[in-house]
Design a protein around this ligand. Structure first.
Ligand SMILES: Nc1ncnc2c1ncn2[C@@H]1O[C@H](COP(=O)(O)OP(=O)(O)OP(=O)(O)O)[C@@H](O)[C@H]1O
Length: 611
């Protein structure tokens, strides 16, 4: 019953860059040292071509062996120093970037683990899995294998061109002949590979989703004998993914071919220019040799740089997907009653009622399948700090509306806005549903999911206020182990714990969907008190399962087939003698009254079919 569709968000290029700069900026000192070390390594090796050119000149002039020997020793020293500096700089850079990535990875895991169950459910589970595995891997591999090479290659290219220009600017110009081909090939490659790699990742995700669905639903698939259909779907997804991967390989081969052509063109231009300059006496044979060597030195780095582009593209795509997840946690907004969004960001304990939002729902329509409306043109207003009860037959759209207000999903039409008196931060939202997860661990662990910093006293207070004082009685306590292998709790008790979590989370907006559906008559009064405690002073939306919950709310909205049938206070609605008044009469058996003297025997809902 979740209105959200689609996959998890992906950060745009600007936001991804911003996040990268922010994370790297925190280590700018170390970053500068590693880059300077790499630059120094490249600068040292710049001496190689002129020294080799010097050897050529010495030999051509018939110079002594000693000078050749000295130049030979210089060559060795240059090579050793260059390699040592490149190694040290590269290592420093990798260690730094891996550290930054480790913290990003932790944030992604943290956010993913604490995402509201409904957000996870509404996205393909393989999307989440592929982000925390393949995307993290792609970025991490690029950081270790590609980044040092790319940095080194960039420095080598820049400094080699400077070296060429120092020998003779005409040689540098000749070398630049290959530039237009490089630029054109690269632009074409980047424009297309971006799409192709995006598609490949999406198709791989879809293929993963088919596998996960088939595994999860194996029993059902067997029972309905739909193995062939599922295998067919899986094969179709695989074929699409492989076809797109093939497009990627083709694109890359074409790109590499163009790069090679450009390099040979450039080398030919440098050799011809060197020959001409030598003929006019402008440069020596040694200088012409050095120029050819400088240009030849570019082959490797340019190839490495451009050849890494697809790794960089892949890593950038992965990074955008990772930042998309961490941004979800940063928004800190919606969290499920059973799940806490990322620790450290989001959850706010506030006694400041100015953060309680007023909610405006304007002309909201929503459909799960694009044909039947679950909600149609719903408008309502919830003043800050007040409660609204949603009443209606089963299937009338209560849960859909409640989930949309909780921020899970976007309406197809219309808008839902929140406004608070102190708009310094987004109001925190909390959704309590019937599906309450208990994690393996102690009672205290299970409560601290809602507020990790809560003291034992705060946990006890929350339990008492949520009507779960039994959890502190003899034989129980905060250290009681719950979940598999521990104490089993009945559904009603679990609901009490869910409400205790809501109290600990102390949200500005609380949405209670079926929060008390499990209660038997004995616990009903306790839960009613707990519910009153959770909603008191907070903006709250309650999917009312019993009409006394509606009576306790500040306002009531009756939904019929996804549309608003009536809304008002309990007394107003009784006075208007409409649908709510009729329900109330049937519910209490007392006729119009604001003081029912019996607990209603049954849930007043009947199943409703939408047109
Ligand atoms: N995940 C879903 N996919 C498709 N249709 C859905 C989904 N969840 C609900 N619906 C449909 O949307 C309509 C509104 O459902 P919704 O659950 O919001 O009603 P409700 O009033 O909360 O019902 P209940 O009291 O039984 O929970 C119904 O027709 C229902 O069948």
């Amino acid at each position: 019953m979740t209105p959200a569709h689609g996959t998890l968000p992906i950060a745009d290029a600007r936001r991804t860059r911003q996040e990268l700069v922010r994370r790297l900026g925190a280590h700018r000192g170390r970053l500068a040292v590693s880059l300077l070390t790499l630059l120094a390594g490249t600068a040292v090796t710049l001496a190689t071509p002129p020294v080799l050119g010097g050897i050529v000149d010495v030999v051509a002039d018939g110079g002594g062996k000693d000078r050749v020997l000295v130049l030979g020793v210089v060559l060795v020293l240059v090579a050793v120093a260059g390699a040592a500096l490149a190694h040290a700089g590269g290592r420093m850079l990798v260690v730094l970037v891996q550290g930054v990535l480790a913290s990003l990875r932790e944030d992604v895991f943290e956010t993913a683990v604490h995402l509201p169950a409904h957000t996870l459910e509404s996205s393909d589970s393989s999307d989440v899995v592929s982000r925390v595995t393949r995307d993290v891997e792609a970025v991490s591999d690029a950081a270790s294998d590609v980044l040092p090479d790319v940095t080194d290659a960039s420095f080598t290219i820049g400094l080699s061109l400077v070296g060429l220009a120092v020998l003779d600017f005409r040689l540098a110009l000749a070398g630049l002949v290959c530039l237009p081909v490089h630029v054109l090939a690269t632009r074409r490659f980047l424009a297309r590979s971006h799409l192709v790699y995006g598609d490949v990742r999406r198709l791989e995700s879809a293929r993963g989703q088919s596998v996960i669905e088939a595994v999860h639903g194996a029993e059902t698939i067997r029972a309905y004998r739909t193995q062939d259909r599922h295998l067919g779907e899986l094969a179709a997804h695989s074929e699409l993914a492989v076809a797109r991967q093939r497009d990627g390989v083709r694109l890359r081969n074409r790109f590499t071919g163009l790069l090679n052509a450009a390099e040979f063109l450039g080398l030919a231009a440098v050799l011809v220019t060197g020959f001409a300059l030598l003929g006019s006496g402008a440069i020596s044979v040694g200088a012409a040799t050095a120029a050819a060597l400088y240009f030849h030195r570019l082959f490797g780095p340019v190839g490495a740089l451009l050849g890494s582009l697809d790794d960089i593209q892949r890593a950038t795509a992965g990074l955008s997907r990772l930042v998309g997840v961490t941004d979800l946690g940063r928004e800190g907004g919606t969290r499920d009653g059973d799940d806490r969004a990322g620790a450290g960001h989001g959850r706010t304990v506030t006694a400041d009622t100015r953060h309680r939002p007023a909610i405006d729902v304007k002309g909201v329509s929503f459909s799960y399948d694009g044909t039947r409306h679950a909600l149609r043109d719903v408008s309502l207003h919830i003043p800050a700090g007040t409660s609204l009860a949603l009443v209606g037959a089963s299937g009338s759209g209560k849960s859909t509306l409640a989930h949309l207000i909780a921020g899970l999903g976007e309406p197809d039409r219309g808008e839902i806005t929140t406004k608070c008196a102190k708009p310094s931060r987004a109001p925190s939202r909390y959704l309590v549903t019937q599906e309450v997860h208990l994690f393996g661990g102690t009672l205290a662990d299970n409560l601290r999911i809602a507020r990790p910093t809560a003291t034992d006293d705060e946990l006890r207070r929350a339990l008492r206020e949520a009507g779960a004082g039994w959890a502190l009685g003899p034989g129980s306590g905060l250290d009681t182990v719950l979940g598999a292998g521990g104490t089993a709790l009945d559904d009603g008790s679990v609901q009490h714990l869910a409400l205790a979590r809501a109290l600990l989370a102390d949200p500005d907006l609380v949405v209670l969907d079926e929060a008390t559906a499990q209660s038997g008559p004995q616990t009903r009064t306790l839960l009613r008190t707990a519910l009153e405690r959770v909603t008191r002073g907070r903006t709250s939306v309650i999917v009312a399962h019993r009409l006394e919950q509606a009576r306790d709310a500040d306002r009531i909205l009756i939904l019929r087939r996804g549309e608003v049938a009536e809304q008002g206070t309990h007394d107003e609605l009784l006075a208007s003698a409409g649908e709510y008044a009729a329900l109330w009469q049937a519910y209490t058996g007392t006729g119009p009254s604001s003081h029912p003297h019996t607990d209603p025997p049954t849930d007043p809902h009947t199943k409703e079919q939408h047109p």
